[in-house]
Design a protein around this ligand. Structure first.
Ligand code: TYD
Length: 203
């Protein structure tokens, strides 16, 4: 049987990455083979493209082409083979991030993004997407306390407000696969929301 593809999304600072490993551990304990990965990245080539994307100046089309180039390699080398083996794949960001960041955040043409999506993964869509939703102001406060910012983390609050609205639009367009997590709660409460959503699916 084909495996399940679960993605984790949200603006920078929303805290999604913290919850991926605990979920993987819970699914492994329930007997699933689980592969944890991330975008951009997940293969040697895609990780190199990630470095360029996060640190070199470029326009929105170049960003979109780089994330989809990285995604192409990742889908072919890692995600599709894992799903074909029957594994569960937990992926930190996927194409919803491109619609939110390059589409809503940068204001780039969504029709072009849809075309690129159809070239890169025409058949593949996540089975479940956790959207860690937090206001841009709260996310900025959390990020200020953290590490050296990359090209995206340096953007202003207005950029992240647009990205958040981009995620909201995706969640409205795909209500069956999106689960909104209130990421303003404390870490344990957020974790409980994630586990509850997973329990609902009875995987
Ligand atoms: P992120 O998950 O935030 O990594 P980390 O937590 O290690 O900083 O992802 C890196 C950045 O890449 C993030 O700011 C959003 C951006 N990004 C896009 O702009 N488009 C995309 O399609 C993807 C997958 C990520």
């Amino acid at each position: 049987m084909r495996g399940l593809f679960i993605t984790f999304e949200g603006i920078d600072g929303a805290g999604k990455s913290t919850h991926i490993e605990p979920m993987a551990a819970q699914l492994r304990a329930a007997g699933h083979a689980v592969h944890v990965t991330r975008e951009p990245g997940g293969t040697p080539l895609a990780e190199r493209l990630r470095e360029l994307l996060l640190h070199e100046p470029m326009d929105a089309l170049t960003e979109a082409l780089l994330v989809f180039a990285a995604r192409r390699d990742h889908v072919q080398q890692v995600i599709e083979p894992a799903l074909a083996r029957g594994d569960m794949v937990l992926c930190d960001r996927f194409t919803d991030a491109t619609f939110a960041y390059q589409g809503a955040g940068r204001g780039f043409d969504r029709e072009v993004l849809k075309t690129l999506e159809s070239w890169v993964h025409a058949q593949l869509q996540p089975d479940l997407t956790f959207w860690f939703d937090l206001s841009a102001e709260q996310a900025a406060q959390r990020l200020a306390a953290a590490r050296t910012p990359d090209r995206f983390e340096q953007q202003d609050t207005a950029f992240f407000q647009r990205v958040r609205e981009g995620y909201r639009a995706r969640a409205e367009a795909f209500p069956l696969r999106f689960v909104r997590i209130d990421a303003s709660a404390d870490r344990d409460a957020v974790g409980r929301q994630v586990f509850a959503a997973l329990e609902d699916r009875r995987w």
